[in-house]
Design a protein around this ligand. Structure first.
Ligand code: SF4
Ligand code: SF4
Length: 277
């Protein structure tokens, strides 16, 4: 198995996973979306809310504010099923004294500077003069499979690596495939049809449809995958991918140890907890 990083920034990574298979790629994708834990607001005590928004609506908005989290927490809770022990308090105490104002995520004050809103500019509610909001919010660790607010990714997908095959004997260089390709993957340069940007190919196979000579064929390589992972900002994209791999490894180890204990236990002496559902 090999990994080639194509792009890396603070909030996204694009990489090619080679020498793998669809089951592994999909397991990794699903774990990134639903099992890598993050911190999100889960409970709120409203002390005062004279804004136009009901408490429930404001609570919903607050819960969806992505919170930056300390990546060292990942190691501490790896393999734990109960994440409820970890809790952090944030305070929101604002009043529009001078005129209308927009309350933003930056107004939330966290008691732990490492856990704070990813952006200070997420609007929460608009207040007019004299209105106020005072509340205590409790953020907890959780996983995306419980609620999307805990998912660390805003986008997480992969596609098969495209294989574009042009039969030079059949191709008459009419250029139709290059003209109709929606992603400018192909280019007719002089007396040569060139694949200029193979990674942008979406496998739509439109080039095959417009080619009257059946000279071009496109298929996906089911051993190589182009991943795109975009973080909400809670964790770095590399932390998300590596933690997903750690979780997958733990699952495989757990499966192996249970399998071994089943095989070694005398018949009828298998622990009920280890019995498959
Ligand atoms: S449409 Fe077919 S024949 Fe025309 S340039 Fe493309 S591959 Fe060649
Ligand atoms: S499959 Fe679609 S995107 Fe890929 S080269 Fe053909 S037309 Fe372009």
């Amino acid at each position: 198995m090999k990994i080639e990083i194509l792009e890396l920034s603070d909030n996204h990574v694009r990489f090619i996973l080679k020498g793998s298979n669809p089951a592994f790629a999909n397991a990794l994708r699903r774990i990134m979306i639903s099992e890598v834990p993050t911190v999100a607001i889960d409970e709120i005590v409203f002390l005062d809310n004279t804004s136009i928004l009901y408490d429930e609506i404001l609570a919903h908005r607050l819960a969806l504010v992505p919170l930056k989290m300390d990546p060292s927490l990942l190691e501490l809770v790896r393999g734990e099923s109960d994440l409820s022990k970890f809790q952090i308090r944030l305070i929101l105490d604002v009043e529009a004294t001078d005129g209308p104002m927009i309350v933003c995520s930056g107004h939330l004050k966290s008691e732990d500077p490492k856990i704070r809103p990813v952006s200070d500019n997420i609007p929460l509610v608009k207040l007019i003069k004299g209105q106020k909001v005072t509340l205590e919010a409790f953020a907890r660790l959780g996983r995306g499979k419980e609620h999307a607010k805990w998912s660390p990714v805003s986008a997480c997908s992969y596609k098969y690596l495209p294989i574009i095959d042009i039969d030079a004997d059949l191709c008459d260089l009419c250029g139709r495939c290059a003209e109709y390709c929606p992603h400018n993957v192909l280019k007719l340069e002089g007396d040569k049809l060139t694949i200029v940007d193979p990674l942008s190919c979406t496998l739509c196979r439109y080039c095959e449809k417009v080619c009257e000579r059946e000279a071009i064929h496109v298929k996906g390589d089911d051993t190589a995958f182009i991943f795109y992972v975009e973080s909400t900002g809670a964790l770095s994209p590399i932390d998300i991918v590596s933690e997903a791999a750690n979780i997958l490894k733990l699952k495989a180890e757990d499966f192996l140890s249970k399998l071994k204990s089943h095989l070694s236990a005398p018949e009828g002496e298998v622990d009920e907890e280890d019995r498959p559902d």
